[in-house]
Write a protein that binds this ligand. Structure first.
Ligand code: SAM
Length: 218
């Protein structure tokens, strides 16, 4: 993603009531932040928040948290929330590497990864959000039956993500290499900003839904 510095974004984020500024303080008690107990779904690398906010409007019974590393991007999501406030959405500005400090064990029901940065150099593989290193982090914060949904138009990144499943102890419930041609998996699909752009350009969209393999003998 090309990042433009947005003047004043850090200050605006610091003052925003939609952003949780001390997320570690809420590990294990996110229900209190929302004022209700409800399933918790998070999107990591949410960008400008189109997907997260559309999902939240469609599913008011779910609590949603959007995680974004860069202020210059997060500010766009905050501006959208100012236009249309959704009670079941909060944002965190953080690097996903710290995710296990921010959510309690088994606190999360679902994680969305959408059009994650590819980090094409081999030596950067562990920075890719669907890497085995990140899967190990996600496992800690997800419920045992929790799922991860990943979409991308980047085929090498998707192939890498599929190869990471077995060594990390995960299995796919669904895999498609052309989501938009799959009537069943398209039901309820909400497009992300990148998805709208790349599918309009003719790129097929890959998607998986994965869950942790059960320990043998259980
Ligand atoms: N999900 C959006 C979409 O599909 O339109 C944005 C995709 S954009 C290519 C990837 C986003 O992930 C960027 O906004 C980037 O700043 C964010 N990101 C990348 N690595 C991250 C990390 N380690 N922690 C949090 N956000 C991250």
């Amino acid at each position: 993603m090309r990042l433009k510095n947005v003047p004043g974004s850090r200050e605006a984020i610091a003052q925003s009531r939609f952003v949780i500024h001390d997320p570690q303080e809420h590990a294990g008690s996110w229900a209190e932040v929302f004022g209700r107990t409800a399933p918790l779904h998070i999107e990591i690398g949410m960008g400008k928040g189109r997907f997260l906010m559309e999902m939240a409007a469609l599913h008011p019974e779910i609590n949603y948290i959007g995680i974004e590393k860069y202020s210059s991007v997060l500010i766009r999501a905050i501006q959208k929330m100012e236009e249309r406030e959704l009670p079941n959405v909060r944002f965190i500005r953080m690097d996903a590497e710290e995710i296990t400090e921010v959510f309690g064990p088994g606190e999360t029901d679902r994680i969305y990864l959408n059009f994650s940065d590819p980090w094409p150099k081999d030596r950067h593989a562990k920075r890719r959000l669907p890497s085995r290193q990140f899967l190990t982090r996600y496992e800690k914060i997800l419920k045992p039956e929790g799922t991860i949904e990943f979409k991308t138009d980047n085929r090498p990144l998707f192939d890498f993500a599929l190869e990471e499943l077995e060594p990390a102890g995960w299995e796919a419930e669904e895999i498609t290499f052309d989501l938009h041609a799959d009537e069943r998996l398209m039901q309820g699909n909400v497009m992300t900003e990148y998805e709208a752009r790349f599918s309009a350009a003719g790129n097929p969209i890959c998607k998986y839904i994965i869950k942790k393999k059960k320990d043998e003998g259980t």
